[in-house]
Ligand binder design. Structure first.
Ligand code: GLV
Ligand code: MN
Ligand code: MN
Ligand code: MN
Length: 428
């Protein structure tokens, strides 16, 4: 049969591109904002409908479906040596506000299609193959990124945090999860933890979210490492007051403290001297948010990343120093400086890199090695399993915006590389 070293038969790999595109388009309709944007937030009604859609497609692919206590969804194709650790693939389907329909989705629907491709070709897996849809890769609702995979990787800190975490409507994580049918009384969240060795390999297919593959006309990106992300929440508290009556020397403006800190973030990032250091203030809220009231409270959320963890940590220290000195100078209180996550980078596994390379070569697809500047569930799966990632080109590198787009031909290439990689790893 196909896929052993002696009889590789890549011609037999056929992707149902039309159906895959239809699924991507259908899933995009489960959104809280109008097309072409997609907004799908953890445990909301649209998220629950989308989950049902994924479970149905997993069922149609002949996978046996189960869910864990936070709603990570697993679809399994049993191998002929079912006691061996399975090989897994997957990604997420949650979408940040006003984003696009490919981020994460390609790695879930595409992975299920990879299973269909392998079945149609007559392949029989030795190790079982599992498709995983991870809960909340995006930090939108609870401020915690890669929630599902972080918990699978055994984060005690997250387990503890989930007991008290609330969203911006003051709905607790537990209540939100329960409303979607998860985290029931009898389900200890600790049961989500994976034992090391649960998977023999994990491979994620994803759009690049950067411009390099498209610019260079290359079909496949083989990820060697994922950059180290961190996020910080900051609150300033000032006096507030009347926008006409309080004269400038008498103000303690929490809004201006936030503005100054946002610019300090940019400065410290530039001062790192490396193009690989990035920092973003994506959330900046003022209270009471009235044009004629001096902001008495401000809230910022800062995202900073680097491929060099130490350099990123130095930036975080400098941001903290700035927050303290700005508060002092402006007579406001730094009420909170909370590092929500400060994750190390992750390296892909050398043997999975080799499997992805040889799959690309067998399929006659050009490839290049690259770094992922975005984070992914793979960052956490790497803690419990050898990990690899396959990137495909996307239009102008657009992502986290409605214009996000990938050609179905490029997606299909990615699905084939994934299918062949999973097949190889399954037979090991
Ligand atoms: C994930 O969406 C990221 O922000 O990298
Ligand atoms: Mn994303
Ligand atoms: Mn993603
Ligand atoms: Mn991501």
């Amino acid at each position: 049969y196909p896929f052993d070293e002696t009889h590789s038969n890549t011609q037999s790999l056929s992707v149902d591109a039309e159906n895959l595109q239809k699924q991507i388009d259908e899933l995009a309709t489960f959104s809280d904002t109008p097309a072409p944007s997609v907004t799908r937030v953890l445990y909301t009604e649209k998220d629950v409908i989308a989950r049902r859609y994924i479970k149905n497609i997993m069922g149609l692919a002949g996978l046996s479906v189960r869910e864990d206590a936070v709603g990570n969804i697993f679809g399994r194709w049993e191998g002929y040596e079912p006691d061996l650790a399975p090989v897994a693939s997957g990604s997420h389907i949650d979408a940040i506000p006003y984003s696009g329909k490919y981020d994460g989705v390609v790695g879930v629907l595409g992975a299920i299609e990879a299973i269909n491709v392998l079945r149609r070709s007559g392949f029989k897996p030795k190790r079982s193959l599992e498709i995983i849809m991870f809960t909340s890769e995006e930090p939108t609702r609870f401020g915690i990124s890669c929630l599902g995979s972080r918990l699978m990787a055994g984060s005690e800190m997250l387990l503890k945090a989930l007991e008290t975490t609330v969203d911006n409507q003051n709905i607790s994580f537990i209540d939100a999860a329960r409303s979607a049918g998860y985290a029931q009384e009898e389900n200890d969240l600790r049961s989500v933890f994976l034992k090391k060795g649960s998977y023999a390999a994990f491979v994620e297919l994803h759009i690049e979210q950067g411009p390099l593959l498209e610019e260079e006309g290359i079909s496949v990106g083989i990820v060697t490492a994922i950059a180290a992300p961190a996020s910080i929440k900051v609150d300033f508290k000032g006096g507030g007051g009347h926008a006409g009556a309080v004269l400038m020397p008498h103000r303690n403006d929490a809004g201006l403290a936030a503005a100054e800190l946002a610019l300090a973030v940019e400065k410290h990032v530039f001062d790192s001297g490396s193009i690989d250091t990035v920092g973003t203030v994506g959330i900046l809220d003022l209270h009471p948010r009235a044009i004629n009231s001096i902001p008495s409270k401000s809230h910022l959320e800062i995202d900073t990343r680097d491929i060099d963890e130490e350099r990123r940590n130095k930036v975080i220290e400098k941001i903290h120093e700035s927050a303290v000195s700005i508060a002092k100078k402006r007579g406001v209180r730094l009420a909170e400086f909370n590092i929500i996550n400060q994750d190390p980078p992750a390296l892909s596994d050398v043997s999975i890199i080799e499997a992805m390379k040889s799959a690309s070569k067998e399929l006659n697809l050009t490839h290049k090695l690259m770094i992922s500047r975005a984070y992914h569930d793979s960052l956490f799966m790497a803690r419990v399993s050898p990990m690899g990632m396959i990137f495909i080109p996307c239009f102008k590198g657009y992502s986290h915006r409605p214009e996000e787009f990938s050609l179905i031909e490029d997606i299909s290439n990615g699905v084939k590389v994934l299918a062949l990689t999973l097949a190889q790893l399954s037979l090991k």
